[in-house]
Design a protein around this ligand. Sequence first.
Ligand code: PMT
Length: 398
Amino acid sequence: MFQGKKILLGISGSIAAYKIILLTRLLTKSGAEVKIVMTPAARDFVSPLTLSTLAGNPVLVELSDNASWSNHVMLGRWADIMVVAPLSCNTLAKMATGQCDNLLLATWLSATCPVMVAPAMDEDMWHHPTTKDNLTKLESFGVRILQVGNGPLASGLSGDGRMAETEEILKELEHFFFHTQQLKGKKVLITAGPTHERIDPVRFIGNHSSGKMGQALALELANRGAEVTLVSGPVQQSLNDARIEVVPVVSAQEMYDAAVAYFPFTDLAIMAAAVADYMPVTVSAEKIKKQEAAFSIELTRTPDILKKLGELKSADQLLVGFALESTNEKEYAKGKLAAKNADFIVMNSLREAGAGFGHDTNKITVFGKDGTETAFPLKSKKDVATDIVNLLMPHLNA
Ligand code: PMT
């Protein structure tokens, strides 16, 4: 999740420092590059050896040792974010007043990256007016302050002042990296799910699409700050996320009408829906009665949404289609890329186990109109959505 993200952890002297061992492990495991600075007092609570082993980088404590000088300025410039956790009462006071008697403080003073802190202290210290003033001051510098928890404290008492749990810090980091800025201002249109083409009041032509692939894309894009409209066919599990506008439709014609109406206002459109290719020429107003004789329904083509958007597309819009194939996958997918004037086609094959309809996983190859071909292994649809959006990012002027 944090692949390639540069995270600088600052640890000050508090019993809660033990939680940073797990945090470091989880961050590196999810692909982050982690560097750590500690105050001298923090060494009494957690071993630099443990942390440097988990981070894969030396833990820095002193401004200089006999042989070299720790470049605090470059540390603060290297990081995408600095997280001071735990933030002791002492380090808080020093940060608020600009003191600079250790490496962590020197790094904080020279950090050009955003800073987040997770305070940890005993309840009485937490409620002291000086602490409140110091926190207000940090906040006024733009520092993000994580809430303390309530529970057992190092003093043996119970109350406010526990450092945020590891999962909460990870959530905040996820929010920082993904839920906010990257695609702010971008408008995205996604289609998802099947369409149902009515035969009579009780029957329809449909397919097995669950809508999961399109929903995963909608969430991924909303997490990056895009304004997302999801035009969704009838699905069992609909998306309920305040950031995403869901436009429910039933038939291919309804999906077409919605997509064509929203498209002019979008920067990116991704057609992940499994739209029926045919619909009955006439819809019976009454339930069709069973007969002894064989029975056939005349079908006609549904409107091709992707093709229409390809015709309407302007130079600054990006159009992505899907291709669900069961034979000659590459050939057909590339054919759709050209025929529909799309910028990318995401191919998934019904021959691959775990790919396509219904599953929580998918296996895709993305073809670009520039001739690129990018294959990905089987992954969760959430991770597939991340891969697709990562691949599109350079084309979104974001
Ligand atoms: O919903 P899930 O269960 O998660 O499954 C995901 C999925 C398999 C549905 C998805 O990954 C996928 O492949 N979606 C496209 C399925 C499909 O209909 O493929 P196609 O090769 O028939 O269509 C090609 C493209 O044209 C698609 O982008 C489709 O949305 C679009 N199309 C097709 C017909 C039509 N009348 N209008 C269209 O816009």
